[in-house]
Design a protein around this ligand. Structure first.
Ligand SMILES: Cc1cc2nc3c(=O)[nH]c(=O)nc-3n(C[C@H](O)[C@H](O)[C@H](O)COP(=O)(O)O)c2cc1C
Length: 320
């Protein structure tokens, strides 16, 4: 339990998912929710977000100074990451007993991605509390995963997590389809424009985000072998609003997975451009556009990747 005055310089991992002090008012609860949002994943940990919180309104802005590297030419991955942070914020607000109404891309500023109006009391369901409490334990897990399918119960709950987000999700556990996805990942690596591949490698971003049993980056069939399941998040369209929806859905999936001791890691290279996003959805037999591809399965705990504190990302006033 933390004191009513939260330290904005604190490591977000130490406050995310924690219980509010009994006397904490809406402002302290909002800041707790913001600390939780900062634990969202982002490509290369670029954390491309800024926040403004005035009264009971929270605004999420993209940070134009923090792009997400060479493999994000149209900004889809950065926007998806902001969507994930928004998803974590909304989960936290509800778990902390605050109701909210969120508008995506409300206009008025080119970097404004979402406005969250907090108002009224929410009565969170136990599962919403679990998601919130899972936030400080979520990690991108790049090691060898335990074999075996996801439990049916978890698969069912992941579907429920995505309901109402405007995105859809697909779990792939069948080896033939996993191999087709692995082939798409390999093709994306092989087909990457050389200048982009060089810039990505120079930035330390791997093409594949996890290791095979030999400790080397998993490639080819090892991509399918190393993934107990793939989860693909799709949307009907392929624009900024859809990327924000997909990010929120993805965050809810990752948190719910962590509740059941399942971890995720990203394979984002095939989704770096619009054609790749369409192609992967078609491969899934889906009509829309794939926005996120993650490997899901049993992993192990590891130290958190550092985050910028709230003091670095909370704006004193709305940007001009
Ligand atoms: C859209 C997106 C794409 C990502 N792509 C990769 C990737 O290609 N390789 C990788 O190792 N991690 C990837 N990540 C994971 C980030 O590196 C990770 O979220 C970040 O380092 C913070 O670590 P954490 O998730 O454990 O908190 C991606 C994350 C997001 C949201």
């Amino acid at each position: 339990m933390q004191p009513p005055d939260l330290d904005r310089h604190a490591d977000p991992w130490t406050l995310a998912g924690s219980a509010p002090a009994p006397e904490a008012g809406p402002r302290a609860r909002i800041e707790l929710a913001l600390h939780t949002a900062l634990t969202a994943p982002s490509p290369g940990n670029c954390q491309p977000w800024r926040w403004f919180a005035g009264g009971e309104v929270i605004e999420l802005y993209r940070d134009p100074a923090r792009t997400c590297g060479a493999s994000d030419p149209d900004g889809q991955a950065a926007t998806l990451a902001c969507g994930a942070a928004l998803g974590a914020l909304r989960v936290a607000l509800r778990a902390l007993g605050l109701d909210e109404q969120t508008a995506l891309l409300p206009g008025g500023h080119p970097d404004l991605l979402a406005r969250v109006a907090v108002g009224g009391r929410a009565s969170p369901l136990p599962e919403e509390q679990w998601l919130y409490q899972a936030a400080p334990k979520r990690r991108t897990y790049r090691g060898v995963m335990a074999h075996g399918p996801l439990s049916r119960a978890l698969s069912r709950r992941l579907g429920v997590m995505v309901d109402g987000t405007g995105a859809e999700y697909h779990v792939v556990e069948d080896m033939t389809r996993k191999q087709a996805i692995a082939a798409a990942v390999e093709a994306a690596i092989a087909g990457e424009p050389p200048a982009r591949a060089a810039a990505r490698a120079a930035g330390g971003e791997p093409g594949v985000s996890f290791e095979g049993p030999d400790g080397a980056e998993a490639r080819g069939p090892a991509i399918a072998d190393g993934a107990p399941a793939f989860v693909v998040v799709t949307t009907a369209g392929d624009d900024h609003a859809e990327w924000l929806r997909a990010g929120q859905a993805l965050m809810r999936v990752l948190l719910r997975a962590r509740v059941d001791h399942a971890w995720g890691s990203f394979l984002h290279l095939p989704l770096a451009d619009a054609a790749g996003r369409k192609q992967l959805a078609t491969l899934m037999g889906a009509t829309g556009h794939a926005q996120a591809l993650v490997r899901l399965g049993g992993g192990a705990d590891s130290l958190p990747t550092p985050r910028r504190p709230l003091s670095d990302v909370l704006l004193a006033q709305r940007p001009n």
